[in-house]
Design a protein around this ligand. Structure first.
Ligand code: IVH
Length: 831
């Protein structure tokens, strides 16, 4: 250890100490090869702390003493990423074939034939933590941000500074600006240690290392974050400015990062062709359990940055990278009991209580059995030995029973109604299973405490309204005590009411906890409309649908006044969901909760005057529908000539649909629009027809031969369909006849399944084979000859004349390889 230089100036001495400590940190945390004993390190650290205390001007942001310097934040500030943080596609085939498919995709896209040289790839781990972007300016860490929605993340600099392997200052000669992308994670040993300590103190434990990492990074108090040690590994980059000799391959970039002192996992390779990837996949499968942290698979990337640029992106995912997972892990164990849980919407889910078993990195004691039919199909009984599977983050499930191991005293075949005596296990109310549905439900709604608790928990949960502290235990306590009878009651809590409530896990709510809970509530008295809608917990309305609804309506009033047929105008909202939303917001109890909530909180609407926005969205949907139907039936669109600008003008001028319907104006556009909308009933039905045509095509495509009884009921009660009409809709063709008879025209459409065939001609044999395999992975059916209904014939350099002639005869479109690739990407067939 260097001896302290007693005559050095404080500034020089501080700089020396900082440099030494950073070097020791790097050796200890990144290289895993300590240079000095802990006691020496501590002595130097304390010396630096003393110096900085005496001379605060010497305290620099990259000083090792500043790793845990910050005070708790009120909230994280948003950070807009200079380069978006994207995700990657996952290869679902977990066999080596998955790597081959990726190679084929890349080669095809690059236009490489079988005789062209192999592509060089880099392979690395897929870390299972939290994506982080580190921003270094002139080598100093200035900001760390989470991924967020990819465009905007949260500023978590204070917490990331506590990660000891993240250098505060880069070594060597780093570029002017360097954004490092990587993953923060918790090593298994740190996870176990943390949980053991928590258990000792009777405090809550972490479910898995990933939650530990996420919780630590998103902790507002950096001193708490520092108690949960995390690691970081770099795998990519964002913005880079002023790097004159920047490497031109992915692997060389990672090597350069390592030289800058950044942690890069040693499990990485690069090499030519898919065999490199297959070998890496197999090697990591074998090493997986002995890695110090959990992984989520491996990642393959095209090594050359020039080729990466050429390949580009599709659906905001790089074409040049893919994640390759491992098969889900399975273990066998015994079923101790089959419990029935009541979900947020009253759904009764059978859950197997298991003899604890270690699967995929966690100890599993519960596994879902989904629903009654599933239990019966698998014939799971108490006492059985079953196979349990856990993949990634999903809830563990029972795959099947080992029938040979069934004991003589195994339970009876499962019968949910009988087991519950026909009553909800929580509220004792009636249960029902409607025809056509797989689930039994408790029908008591929010008067069932289980449903109420889960609804409140949902409302408070992190990705919804995010009221901190309202987890299972607190919510349970509040509901059981009778203090909270609806979500709105959360906002009426006071310190007096809270203090002294006894907690189910022992103890009672004290002053400190009460203040914390009240503070979290106060912070959420203002909500964006989308969060409010999401928080209501309408079945099937998740984050995406909530955002879409909020955007479409712009204001809560409009949303509440709307109707199912209007919800359906939103892309992605089908009839069942639309009717479900409609039922929910017209239910008296729900409306009462919504009204009370509105008194307690302020909803930030999408636009201050949402009306014009909504009307414009509505009119645009009608316009889309009009042109779609006319095209299909080869008739003139009714709204011909009414463009986006006219729609905007109409929306501006009339502000509401009623006003527009009865309004007068010299504009021709208005007359056209009115003539379409005034045929009120037909308009609504036409919209329904159009939307539902899509819906039914979808449903039927997935092996449901007929309209479900539920949909049937809905169509009768909500839209007045006749039995005759419904009867015709039970078959695909019948549905179309109803559709066309009611609208216009009477043309049939081709059966889509038969039209997904493709044939290749004029390619070298090997390339043809690989193209055929490639087609299969994209849902096409390769044919060896030109048959009727062939979707298209893809022609290579030497197409067979007979095939070409036959294709012309049958009117089969001819595609070049480029056009075919374009079709795979966009679904477009050039005319
Ligand atoms: S590359 C533009 N490489 O997986 C490509 N991502 O779906 C950006 N991840 O949230 C991603 N290990 O945090 C990449 N070696 C690795 C990774 C990795 C884990 C995470 C990443 C992202 C998700 C991508």
């Amino acid at each position: 250890m260097p001896q302290p230089d007693l005559f050095a100036q404080p500034a020089e001495r501080a700089a020396q100490l900082r440099a030494d400590l950073a070097r020791y940190d790097h050796a200890y945390y990144v290289l895993d090869a300590p240079l000095v004993p802990d006691a020496d390190y501590d002595a130097l650290f304390q010396e630096l702390q003393r110096l900085e205390a005496e001379h605060p001007e010497l305290r620099t942001p990259d000083s090792p003493t500043q790793r845990v310097g910050g005070s708790p934040l009120p909230a994280f500030a948003p950070v807009r990423h200079a380069v978006p943080m994207l995700s990657i596609q996952t290869e679902t085939d977990t066999t080596p074939q998955g790597a081959v498919a990726f190679d084929l995709r890349v080669r095809n896209k690059l236009g490489l034939g079988p005789d062209d040289p192999p592509v060089t790839y880099a392979a690395e781990l897929k870390f299972d933590g939290l994506a982080i972007s580190l921003r270094y300016e002139r080598g100093v860490l200035v900001q760390a941000a989470t991924r967020g929605d990819g465009e905007t993340g949260e500023d978590v600099t204070q917490n990331v500074r506590t990660i000891r392997s993240v250098p505060l200052q880069l070594r060597g000669n780093p570029p002017e600006v360097l954004e490092i992308r990587g993953e923060a994670l918790m090593k298994r040993a740190d996870f176990e240690r943390y949980n053991a300590r928590q258990r000792e103190r009777g405090l809550p434990t972490l479910v898995n290392p990933r939650n530990g990492a996420a919780g630590s990074i998103r902790q507002l108090d950096p001193s708490i974050a520092a108690q949960r040690p995390l690691a970081f590994y770099a795998y990519g980059w964002g913005e880079i400015v002023g790097w004159s000799d920047q490497p031109d391959t992915h692997h060389a970039m990672l090597d350069a990062f390592e030289a800058f002192g950044l942690p890069v996992a040693p499990q990485r390779v690069h090499g030519a062709g898919p065999q490199t990837l297959i070998d890496f996949h197999a090697r990591i499968a074998a090493e997986r359990d002995s890695l110090p942290f959990d992984i989520d698979g491996v990642v393959y990337k095209v090594d050359s940055l020039a080729l990466q640029r050429e390949l580009g992106f599709r659906n905001r995912e790089p074409i040049w990278a893919v994640a390759h997972k491992y098969p889900a892990q399975e273990r066998s164990t015994r079923v101790l009991a089959i419990d029935i849980q009541v979900g947020r919407t009253g759904k009764l889910t059978p859950v197997a209580k298991l003899e604890p078993v270690f699967v995929g990195g966690v100890t599993v004691t519960n596994a879902t059995l989904h629903n009654e039919d599933e239990v019966r199909r698998k014939d799971v009984r108490v006492g059985d030995t079953v196979i349990v599977r856990r993949a990634g983050d999903v809830i563990p499930e029972v795959v099947g029973v080992i029938l040979d191991a069934r004991p003589a005293d195994a339970g009876e075949p499962f019968d949910l109604y009988q087991q519950l005596g026909g009553r909800c296990p929580v509220c004792g109310g009636p249960i029902e299973r409607r025809p056509g549905e797989a689930d039994w439900r408790c029908v008591s709604g929010l008067s069932c405490p289980a449903q109420l608790k889960r609804t409140i928990q949902h409302f408070c949960s992190r990705n919804v309204v995010d009221i901190e502290g309202f987890g299972e235990e607190i919510v349970s306590t509040l509901v059981d005590s009778g203090l909270v009878e609806s979500t709105a009651d959360i906002y009426k809590l006071t310190k007096e009411k809270l203090i002294g409530l006894s907690l189910s896990g022992g103890g009672s709510i004290q002053d400190l906890l009460a203040s914390k809970l009240l503070k979290s509530i106060e912070e959420r008295r203002k909500l964006p409309l989308s969060k409010f809608i999401f928080g209501l917990g309408i079945e099937g309305v998740g984050e995406v649908a909530s955002k879409d609804l909020a955007k479409f309506y712009g204001s809560l009033d409009l949303f509440l006044q709307s109707a199912a047929c209007v919800h359906m105008l939103i892309e992605g909202i089908g009839v069942e969901l639309a009717v479900g939303i409609d039922d929910f917001i017209h239910e008296k109890k729900n409306l009462a909760v919504i009204n009370t909530l509105c008194k307690e909180i302020e909803i930030i609407e999408c636009r201050p005057a949402g009306v014009d926005n909504f009307l414009f969205n509505f009119l645009s949907a009608v316009k889309r529908w009009d042109s779609e139907i006319s095209k299909r039936n080869k008739i003139k669109p009714k709204l011909r000539g009414v463009g986006e600008k006219s729609l905007r003008n109409l929306a501006e001028e009339f502000k509401a649909l009623d006003a527009l319907l009865i309004g007068t104006s010299p504009a021709q556009d208005l007359a056209q629009m009115q003539s379409l909308l005034r045929t009120d009933d037909q308009c609504v039905k036409a919209v329904l027809f159009f939307e539902k045509n899509k819906y039914l095509t979808h449903v039927m495509g997935t092996e449901h031969p007929a309209i479900s009884p539920r949909l049937r009921r809905i169509l009768i009660s909500k839209f007045g369909f006749s039995d005759e009409q419904l009867g015709a809709m039970t078959e695909a063709e019948g549905w179309r006849i109803v559709y066309h008879n009611n609208a216009t025209g009477d043309r049939k459409r081709k059966d889509e399944k038969n039209s997904l065939t493709v044939c290749f001609t004029g390619f070298p044999e090997a390339q043809k084979k690989s193209l055929e395999e490639y087609s299969v992975t994209h849902g096409l059916m390769p044919k060896s000859s030109v048959v009727k209904n062939l979707k298209f014939l893809v022609t290579g350099p030497n197409p067979g004349p007979a095939k070409l002639a036959r294709a012309r005869e049958l009117n089969v479109p001819l595609l070049t390889l480029d056009q075919f690739n374009n079709f795979i990407e966009t679904g477009e067939i050039p005319s």
